[in-house]
Design a protein around this ligand. Structure first.
Ligand code: NAP
Ligand code: GLV
Length: 316
């Protein structure tokens, strides 16, 4: 089988992706959305698949035979909000090993940062101070992940393997060995109770907007740390500075913010216990991402259900 995929990712190096596609699998051919002279977008009859992230206006109308839209990333709230998204074409979230490993590395880095308070050592060096530190063993550190999907589950398992006392929360109940799992809103308080490091890996939906707020912070252990690697909209940003000032939170890592890039004048940049990264926790790795798309197309054409299909009513 050789399948054509319309490649619509603006700013990406089409030739580099094409080379990687050839190396990853002989089964995919990427078709550029724009002609080589970059002028008028072309019509694409006969193409059944596209890879999309920030689709150009009018894109879907130019692909009349589209059967599946593959999102370049995992968080598809912006694709779903596009009024031009064809209602009957399945949308598939990205879930692939490159993206997952990158997220595991990011969350592990920041979990260790908060667990060992490495950030205090960095501050001590800047102040030429030699400090003594105590910290508990990881199995005495209560760490919880909001969201146990493709990224949350793998991250919870990795942190468990590093010895942390892990909990996870999802909409539906889950069973992950060595991770205490809590399903649904009525088990949220139990999940939060006594947590010392809270990690957000939820999708952004009407139910999860603003979920990281003062109420939630009060449910954690005093002095807990927050890691938001999901979407800026999850955090009620006006609740963060008061929670840090009161000591309810000790520190926060934000890979994502409601406005990106975070404006230079924003107080989060200069706060000594807020650690900002530029929405780069995890990106799809082109080679493994393309391999995953080829695998999904093979399933689809064999009449098997697509995996990581977006449920539009749920919003993820
Ligand atoms: P996913 O596979 O769709 O998993 C979502 C998880 O959240 C599922 O466990 C789901 O529960 C749970 N969930 C959704 N709504 C919920 C609710 N109302 N209450 C409780 N649990 C709820 O998503 P993923 O691939 O793991 O990705 C998660 C998010 O990470 C993405 O949506 C994106 O925003 C973010 N992300 C960020 C970066 C970055 O660089 N910062 C990179 C990639 C992804 P069920 O299992 O019961 O359905
Ligand atoms: C990146 O933010 C993604 O959602 O994949």
């Amino acid at each position: 089988m050789n399948r054509e995929i319309l490649f619509t990712i603006e700013g990406a190096d089409f030739d580099a992706w094409t080379k990687l596609a050839r190396e990853a699998t002989p089964n995919l051919t990427l078709i550029p959305d724009l002609p080589a002279d970059g002028t008028k977008p072309a019509e694409h009859p006969g193409i059944h698949y596209c890879l999309a992230w920030r689709p150009r206006k009018g894109l879907y109308a130019r692909v009349p035979d589209l059967k599946v839209i593959f999102a370049l990333g995992a968080g598809i709230e912006r694709l779903l909000a596009d009024p031009e998204l064809p209602p009957h074409v399945p949308l598939v979230k990205m879930a692939e090993p490159g993206l997952t490993e990158a997220m595991i590395h990011y969350v592990l880095w920041q979990t260790l940062n908060h667990h060992r308070r490495f950030w205090e050592l960095e501050m001590a060096q800047r102040a030429l101070r030699w400090v003594e530190q105590d910290y508990p063993a990881p199995w005495n550190r209560k760490v919880g992940i909001l969201g146990l999907g493709a990224l949350g589950e793998a991250t919870a398992a990795a942190l468990r393997d590093f010895g942390f006392q892990m909990r996870g929360w999802s909409r539906s109940p889950k069973a992950i060995p060595g991770v205490a799992c809590f399903g649904g809103l009525d088990r949220l308080a139990e999940f939060l109770d006594g947590l010392e490091i809270l990690i957000c890996l939820l999708p952004l939906t009407p139910e999860t907007i603003g979920i990281l707020n003062a109420d939630m912070f009060r449910g954690l252990a005093p002095g807990a740390a927050l890691i938001n690697a999901a979407r800026g909209g999850h955090l009620n940003e006006s609740d963060l500075l008061p929670a840090l000032e009161s000591g309810q939170l000790s520190a926060a890592t934000l890979d994502v913010t409601s406005v990106e890039p975070l404006p230079r004048e924003h107080p989060f940049w200069r706060h000594p216990r807020i650690f900002i990264t530029p929405h780069n926790a995890a990106e799809t790795a082109p080679a493994t991402g393309l391999l995953e798309i080829a695998r999904q197309i093979a399933r689809f054409e064999a009449g098997q259900p697509l995996e990581h299909l977006v449920d539009r009513a749920r919003g993820y």
